[in-house]
Design a protein around this ligand. Structure first.
Ligand code: ADP
Ligand code: MG
Length: 408
C-alpha cells in the first residue's frame, strides 16, 4: 500500500458509482469531483442528512444529484423516490435538465413542476405524477398545491433536497416548506444546500434535519478566478460607461444586473437605442418568454442580458465574459451571487460594479463581507468629471490579488 499518495487526488471512482452513472459523468464531461462533491457525496451515499454550504458555482447540484441517483438505483421504491425543491422556475428547470443529463442512460424518470404554466401543462403534470415518476423537481408553491390535492404518491419518499435554501427563505417560502414536509414520511434523508448560513437556515435545519453531516466549503466570497473592479460615477454617467465598456470589445456574453424591474427595462431600452444586441429578463415576463430569452443568451444569439436578481442565484450559464452591477446590491450577499455568474468552475471572469456617491457606504459593507478592497477607478475622461472618492470609515484587509480558482 506504500504507493498510495498521502492525499489522493479526488476522483469519481472513489464513490463506486453504478456504471450507468459513470457513463453519465463521462457524457457530461465531469472528470473529477469539486471539493463540495468530494466531501458530501460519501455522506449522502451513507444515507445521512446533510447541510452543504458553498458559494455559487461550486457544483452543489451534482453533489446531491449523483448520490441520490445512485441510491435510487440501489433501492428504488414505489411512487416518488426523491423531491428536489428550488426557489425559482428557472432553477427548477435547470436542475431538471442536469438530472436528465445524468440519468440519460438510466431507467429513472423525472418531472419538473413549477408555477406559471397553463392548464394543459397542469393536467399533464398531474397525470405524470399519478402514473409515477421517480424524481420531482419543483418550486415550493406548485408542489404544495399538488400535495394538497393528495395526488402525489409520496408515501415511500426517500430523499428530500432543498436547494438554495437561503434564497427560498428570502422569498418567504418557510411556511410552504414546512407544510410540504408535513406531507412527507418521517423516515427519509433530507439534504439542504445553501450559499450562505444565516441563523434562519440554522433554525430550519434544526427543525427538519436529523443529526446532519455538515460540509462548509468557503465563506461567502466570489470565486477566486473573478477579477473585481468598480467605477465611481454619477447616475447619469452609468449608461454611457456601460456602453463604453462593451462597445468594440470581444465580449460574447455580458450580464448586467440592476435592482429594480424599472431600471432593468430602461437600461435595456437605452442599450437597444444605441444599437446593442440586448434583452431584459425580470418577473414581468411570462415563463415561456423568460426561458426563450435565457436560451438565446446561452446560445449567444443575445450579447447582453439585463436582469433583476431573479437571475443572480444559481442560474448556470457558461462563459459569461463580464458581469456588470449597474447598481450596488442592497443585500451584500447578492453581490456575491451576482458576481458568481462569471468565472464558473475553473474559469476566470470580470465583475464590475458601478457606484454612485450614495452607494459608497453600501459598497464598503460588501467589501467587508468579501474581506477585500475592490479597486475603484474613475470613468474615462470623455464622460466628464466623476464623484470624488472619500475614504470610508471601514478599511478592509489589504487588497488581495485575484487568484485562479485552484482549491482542489
Ligand atoms: P452551484 O449549485 O454550487 O452554484 P452548479 O451545480 O450550478 O453550482 O455547478 C456550477 C458549474 O460547474 C456548472 O456549469 C456545472 O456543470 C459545473 N460542474 C459541476 N461539477 C463539476 C465537475 N465535477 N467537473 C466539472 N464541472 C463541474
Ligand atoms: Mg445551485
Amino acid at each position: 500500500m506504500e504507493d498510495i499518495p498521502a492525499t489522493p487526488e479526488p476522483s469519481f471512482k472513489q464513490f463506486n458509482f453504478h456504471p450507468l452513472i459513470a457513463e453519465g459523468l463521462d457524457a457530461i464531461g465531469f472528470e473529477k469531483p469539486t471539493p463540495i462533491q468530494a466531501e458530501i457525496i460519501p455522506l449522502i451515499l451513507e444515507g445521512r442528512d446533510v447541510i452543504g454550504c458553498a458559494q455559487t458555482g461550486t457544483g452543489k447540484t451534482a453533489a446531491y444529484l449523483l448520490p441520490v441517483l445512485q441510491r435510487i438505483m440501489e433501492n428504488p421504491v414505489e411512487g416518488i423516490n426523491a423531491i428536489i425543491i428550488a426557489p425559482t422556475r428557472e432553477l427548477a428547470l435547470q436542475i431538471a435538465q442536469q438530472l436528465e443529463g445524468f440519468s440519460y442512460f438510466m431507467d429513472i424518470s423525472s418531472l419538473p413542476i413549477y408555477g406559471g404554466t397553463d392548464g394543459i401543462e397542469w393536467e399533464q403534470q398531474k397525470r405524470a405524477l399519478i402514473s409515477g415518476v421517480d424524481v420531482v423537481v419543483a418550486t415550493p408553491g406548485k408542489l404544495l398545491s399538488f400535495l394538497n390535492m393528495d395526488i402525489a404518491p409520496v408515501a415511500n419518499l426517500q430523499h428530500l433536497v432543498l436547494d438554495e435554501a437561503d434564497r427560498m427563505l428570502d422569498m418567504g417560502f418557510f411556511d410552504d416548506i414546512m407544510r410540504i414536509i408535513s406531507y412527507l414520511p418521517e423516515k427519509r434523508s433530507t439534504l439542504l444546500f445553501s450559499a450562505t448560513m444565516p441563523p434562519r437556515i440554522r433554525e430550519l435545519s434544526k427543525r427538519i434535519l436529523k443529526n446532519p453531516g455538515e460540509v462548509n466549503i468557503a465563506i461567502s466570497k466570489p470565486a477566486e478566478g473573478i477579477l473585481q473592479m468598480a467605477y465611481l460615477v454619477y447616475d447619469n454617467q452609468k449608461i454611457l460607461l456601460l456602453a463604453s465598456l462593451i462597445k468594440g470589445r470581444d465580449l460574447p456574453s455580458v450580464l448586467v444586473f440592476a435592482s429594480t424591474k424599472l431600471k432593468v427595462k430602461s437600461i435595456a431600452r437605452e442599450l437597444k437605442a444605441k444599437g446593442f444586441n440586448v434583452a431584459d429578463i425580470h418577473s414581468d415576463l411570462e415563463q415561456a418568454e423568460r426561458e426563450k430569452v435565457l436560451l438565446q443568451f446561452r446560445n449567444r444569439q443575445i450579447q447582453i442580458l439585463v436582469a433583476t436578481d431573479v437571475l443572480s442565484r444559481g442560474i448556470d450559464i457558461e462563459n459569461i465574459s463580464l458581469v456588470i452591477n449597474f447598481d450596488v446590491p442592497h443585500d451584500a450577499e447578492d453581490y456575491v451571487h451576482r458576481s458568481g455568474r462569471t468565472a464558473r468552475a475553473e474559469q476566470t471572469g470580470i465583475a464590475i460594479t458601478f457606484i454612485n456617491e450614495e452607494e459608497l457606504y453600501q459598497f464598503s459593507r460588501i467589501e467587508k463581507l468579501i474581506e477585500m478592497e475592490v479597486r475603484k477607478q474613475k470613468p474615462p475622461a470623455e464622460l466628464g468629471s466623476a464623484p470624488d472618492y472619500n475614504p470610508r470609515p471601514f478599511r478592509s484587509k489589504p487588497s488581495r490579488k485575484p487568484m485562479r480558482k485552484g482549491r482542489r
